[in-house]
Write a protein that binds this ligand. Structure first.
Ligand code: SF4
Ligand code: F3S
Ligand code: FES
Length: 233
């Protein structure tokens, strides 16, 4: 299949404003959008810039807006999109070059929820690790699947309107530790979620859930975090 690939470009060292590049590439049945981007860069335009690492949906580095939806390029089959594909950087994040956005504010929000186990209590006397039943582990299983790709936060209209919103990805991380039976740091995980930039800015728009490549029930997780805060978990 011959594919018309349209890519939004930006390079402040070349032009002050963004522009579009158009490429025509032959796609095999198993090709993913990432395969087309790699071939466009290797064969047609070496200046084209994008992030990718694992190429298997694990690292989260190649999140971008593909035909209007946030997706991982390495998990998006060309044949599902048809012969016209438009690729843009994630919305709401500062573009550094072409499809590469500045992830630092996103990662600062991630760090703000202290995304690690907090428990200063002594370990059990028998010297074994802190134990957890399968049901307790299952309680937060969904939110352990996050790969920090940014698709959810960059799909949220509240985040677009106000880049100050901590965003769904950070709340997913708070959920992962709030509902871990071994954790004792609820107040520390939620401290950054209580002000005007926090969890109450969520308007239950669901775009985050629809865009998550890991199919995490993000909006539900956000509702559970809100409830935990209200109930003083
Ligand atoms: Fe990506 Fe999903 Fe994690 Fe959001 S919750 S950063 S969309 S993996
Ligand atoms: Fe935004 Fe998701 Fe809430 S799209 S408003 S974070 S439900
Ligand atoms: Fe790692 Fe796509 S390159 S998730």
């Amino acid at each position: 299949m011959l594919v018309a690939l349209k890519i939004k470009r930006f390079d402040p060292e070349r032009k002050p404003a963004a522009w579009w590049s158009n490429y025509k590439l032959e796609a095999a049945p198993g090709d993913r959008v990432l395969d087309l981007l790699v071939r466009a860069k290797d064969e047609l335009d070496g200046s084209l810039t994008f992030r990718r690492s694992c190429a298997h949906g694990i690292c989260g580095s190649d999140a971008m807006r593909i035909n209007g939806t946030n997706r991982l390029a390495c998990k998006t089959l060309v044949r599902e999109l048809g012969s016209r594909i438009t690729v843009e950087p994630l919305l709401g994040m500062r573009v550094e070059k072409d499809l590469v956005v500045d992830m630092e504010p996103f990662l600062a929000s991630y760090r703000s929820v202290k995304p690690y186990l907090i428990n200063d209590e002594p370990l059990p006397a028998d010297g074994r690790e802190r134990r957890q039943s399968p049901a307790e582990r299952l309680r937060f299983d969904d939110t352990t699947k996050c790969i920090l790709c940014g698709c959810c936060t960059a799909a949220c209209p509240v985040f677009w309107a106000d880049g100050e919103y901590v965003g769904p990805a950070a709340i997913v991380q708070a959920h992962r530790f709030l509902f871990d039976s071994r954790d004792r740091g609820a107040g520390e995980h939620t401290a950054a979620l209580l002000d005007m930039k926090g969890v109450w800015r969520c308007r239950t728009i669901f775009q985050c859930t629809l865009s998550c490549p890991r199919e995490i029930k993000i909006t539900q997780a956000i509702a559970e975090v809100k409830q935990a805060i209200v109930l003083g978990k």
